[in-house]
Design a protein around this ligand. Structure first.
Ligand SMILES: NC(=O)c1ccc[n+]([C@@H]2O[C@H](COP(=O)([O-])OP(=O)(O)OC[C@H]3O[C@@H](n4cnc5c(N)ncnc54)[C@H](OP(=O)(O)O)[C@@H]3O)[C@@H](O)[C@H]2O)c1
Length: 311
């Protein structure tokens, strides 16, 4: 298959491209700079110069391909507009892909997020739709709604569209800017590894190589209009993550009272998300696509030590 990939130089994308090429696909990656173009070529991909602001270019890239994997996101909008601005920028991109692919039955697989299911009292599943976009849903939940609804809606227009909801923590030996590295940096700065309250709130995680294999399977054989969950089998209490980091750094893991003043005091901009409970299931993904997460789990990857080798 000739596959057009955006975000191929990012954390997930740098695993997705080799995964696709190893499976015999021909990849064209979007590059907005010389360094991105060089990185894509080094991975064995062809290069299409352009950026996410160029919707006509994205349409052409999609129309010239047998399928699209969309991983790029406008993280440059985060400081000024937050996650809502990043999501707002996604919508015209998805509609542009829709115009290019309408009626073709070609696959479009886009990155999404596992949000908090709220008080469902059970893990979020692939059958949980994007949440309603009302004011009661904030931040990542509202962002998720906009993008996921747009992508899955394209199934009604003859696009084999689906969303791979990536775990809250995507980890690997090349993870340099994710949640774990932020937690580790915070711990080094504060001299303790904090977790909110009793730390029993569950987080989901996935290895970036397993993310890559799921994108490939969704591209190759995923039915239209579906959500897939790129999460490893076990949901992990945040306290266990803090303890694993603490044992590596030789620092105590301590409870930070879940208090509106105290939590922001330790966690800064992460305060809104660290208290969330994010249990998620991958059962439907595994059963439908035959996907199995086989790479090291989050706790094994922390135990491997590579997150602690620099500084
Ligand atoms: N835990 C997770 O990692 C997680 C969870 C849920 C959802 N997701 C989503 O999964 C997707 C992939 O995440 P990631 O961690 O792999 O991303 P990442 O490492 O931040 O990489 C971002 C990619 O987007 C590209 N990009 C940014 N702005 C662009 C623009 N204006 N034009 C063209 N390309 C642009 C970057 O290219 P350059 O090399 O040119 O900068 C890079 O390839 C994102 O949509 C993210 O929101 C991730």
């Amino acid at each position: 298959m000739r596959v057009f990939v955006t975000g191929g130089t990012g954390h997930s994308g740098s695993y997705v491209i080799p995964e696709l090429i190893a499976a015999g696909h021909e990849v064209t990656g979007l590059a907005r700079s010389d360094s991105a173009a060089a990185a894509l070529s080094a991975q064995g991909a062809k290069v299409r110069r352009g950026d996410l602001q160029d919707l006509e270019g994205l349409k052409e890239g999609a129309a010239d391909s047998d399928g699209v994997i969309h991983l790029a996101h406008r993280q440059d909008l985060l400081p000024s507009g937050g996650i809502d601005a990043v999501a707002a920028a996604e919508l015209p991109i998805m509609l542009a892909y829709g115009e290019a692919l309408e009626g073709t039955g070609k696959p479009l697989v886009a990155a999404g997020s596992i949000g908090s299911p709220g008080n469902l009292g059970r893990p979020a599943t692939e059958e949980d739709p994007a949440l309603p976009g009302g004011d009661e849903y904030k931040g990542t939940l509202r962002a998720r709604n906009v993008v996921e609804t747009a992508v899955v809606g394209l199934a009604e227009r003859g696009v084999r569209s689906s969303v791979v909801r990536i775990a809250n923590i995507a980890h690997s030996t090349t993870d340099s800017a994710g949640f774990l590295t932020t937690l580790i940096a915070l711990a080094k700065e504060k001299g303790v590894v904090g977790y909110p309250g009793d730390g029993e709130n569950l987080w989901n995680a996935v290895h970036a190589r397993d993310v890559a294999s799921l994108f490939r399977l969704a591209l190759e054989k995923g039915p239209a209009g579906k959500y897939w969950h790129a999460v490893e089998d076990k949901n992990i209490p945040l306290r266990e993550i803090a303890e694993a980091i603490g044992s590596r750094l030789g620092l105590p893991a301590v409870s930070i009272p879940a208090d509106v003043l105290m939590v922001p005091g330790y966690f800064g901009f992460l305060a809104n998300i660290v208290t969330q409970n994010y249990p998620a299931s991958n059962l439907i993904t595994r059963r439908t696509l035959g996907w199995e997460p086989t790479r090291p789990s989050l706790l094994d990857d922390l135990d491997n030590g590579h997150y602690f080798s620099a500084g």
